[in-house]
Design a protein around this ligand. Structure first.
Ligand SMILES: Cc1cc2nc3c(=O)[nH]c(=O)nc-3n(C[C@H](O)[C@H](O)[C@H](O)COP(=O)(O)OP(=O)(O)OC[C@H]3O[C@@H](n4cnc5c(N)ncnc54)[C@H](O)[C@@H]3O)c2cc1C
Length: 336
């Protein structure tokens, strides 16, 4: 990294990944980067729950994130949750990779939840206080982003599902996994209860996640529907979610339960798993898809192009670990 002026960084995407990368860059090297975040719209739902993480790389991200989130509990940003996961298969539970990570071990264990509607604004306020500039703008091509960033800058693509249609990336391995949920007021529920994700039939998932705030707010899920882009509410699905959750936690049918709202979100998944990599790239970039407009051409030279997308169902629980890897990649490429 140069000793002189800060390196210009443009991050595309203000989801948990883009924001956490910015935070980690600035806390690791406070004066090294000048960061601008360009985003089309904000975000999605979250806690840490065990997902079949087969790769050591994502397990490393999850370990780092778990420990960081645990540190945020005293600030009220995350909440410790006693948890129960009901396994329906005959797998050897003593071999679960996360058994030494979650607190108090085993299948009844302690994890955390965060409320994205409070957590992401907190991350954003941390970044604003450190001088990060936010620009609400959909960027259509990498060339346009390069023009924003300038030569010898760092360009981070943290666009989630947007990576599918961002010209110059056009990653057709990116796909949505639809998640429908219900937010209820149910102050008696203090425990994360779940069936293992990915085991339900017909895209069903069943989980109950109490949130750190507002008091009594609980998320009921849900669905896990790959390749389904429909963000509208499906009423029979909502009824099914409520009934399945009430079967796990019968107190949901008590009179004090109130439905606050319904949500539908798309998990930004990718065949083959998340893409996290960095490479120096010559500019102007070339696109086979469309001729570049003059404004898209950007500077002559090269940019450090970083990809960080495709986190699917685990963007929150990968966030701090993946951001640290991105930060390390950037520092090592800038020094080469
Ligand atoms: C119902 C549900 C439950 C979930 N539960 C959990 C959970 O328990 N734990 C967990 O870890 N994860 C969970 N997730 C997944 C988690 O929400 C995602 O993995 C995470 O939000 C992905 O973050 P991201 O920053 O990669 O993408 P996103 O949040 O999608 O952010 C992408 C950003 O890029 C911007 N963008 C896209 N294209 C462009 C463009 N061309 N120009 C400018 N900006 C652009 C968007 O506006 C957005 O700001 C859940 C998701 C759903 C839907």
């Amino acid at each position: 990294m140069s000793e002189g002026r800060p390196v210009q960084v443009v991050i595309l995407g203000a989801g948990v990944i883009g924001l956490t990368i910015a935070h980690t860059l600035l806390t690791t090297s406070p004066n090294a980067y000048n960061i601008k975040i360009s985003f089309a719209s904000p975000w999605a739902g979250a806690n840490w729950s065990p997902i079949r993480s087969f790769e050591e790389r994502t397990r490393t991200w999850e370990r780092a994130t778990f420990n960081k989130m645990w540190e945020l509990i005293p600030q009220g940003l995350a909440m410790a949750l006693p948890s129960r996961v009901f396994f329906t298969t005959n797998e050897d539970l003593s071999q679960l990779w996360y058994k030494d990570l979650v607190r108090d071990g085993g299948i009844a264990f302690k994890t955390f939840s965060v409320n994205p509607e409070l957590y992401l604004p907190w991350l954003q306020s941390e970044l604003l206080a450190r001088g990060v500039e936010f620009v609400r703008r959909r960027v259509h091509s990498l060339g346009e982003a390069v023009a924003l960033a300038g030569p010898n800058s760092v360009l981070v693509n943290a666009t989630g599902l947007g990576a599918r249609s961002l010209v110059g990336v056009e990653d057709t391995d990116v796909f949505p996994i639809r998640g429908q949920t219900i937010i209820v007021h149910a102050p008696g529920l203090k425990e994360f209860i779940s069936l293992p994700l990915g085991t339900g039939t017909q895209g069903q998932a069943t989980y109950i996640i109490p949130r750190p705030s507002p008091p009594g707010e609980v998320l009921l899920g849900g669905t896990f529907q790959p390749d389904n882009w429909d963000t509208s509410l499906d009423v029979p699905t909502a009824k099914g979610i409520f009934e399945r959750c009430a079967a796990l936690a019968p107190q949901l049918k008590d009179a004090e339960t109130r439905v606050l709202r319904h949500n539908v979100g798309l998990r930004p998944a990718r065949k083959g798993g998340p893409r996290v990599e960095a490479a120096w790239t010559d500019v102007p970039l070339k696109s086979e898809l469309l001729p570049l407009r003059e404004s898209d051409v950007g500077a002559e030279g090269r940019v450090l192009l970083v990809h960080a997308y495709g986190f699917g169902a685990a963007g929150y629980q990968n966030s701090w670990g993946a951001a640290q890897e991105v930060t390390d990649l950037i520092a090592s490429k800038l020094n080469n």
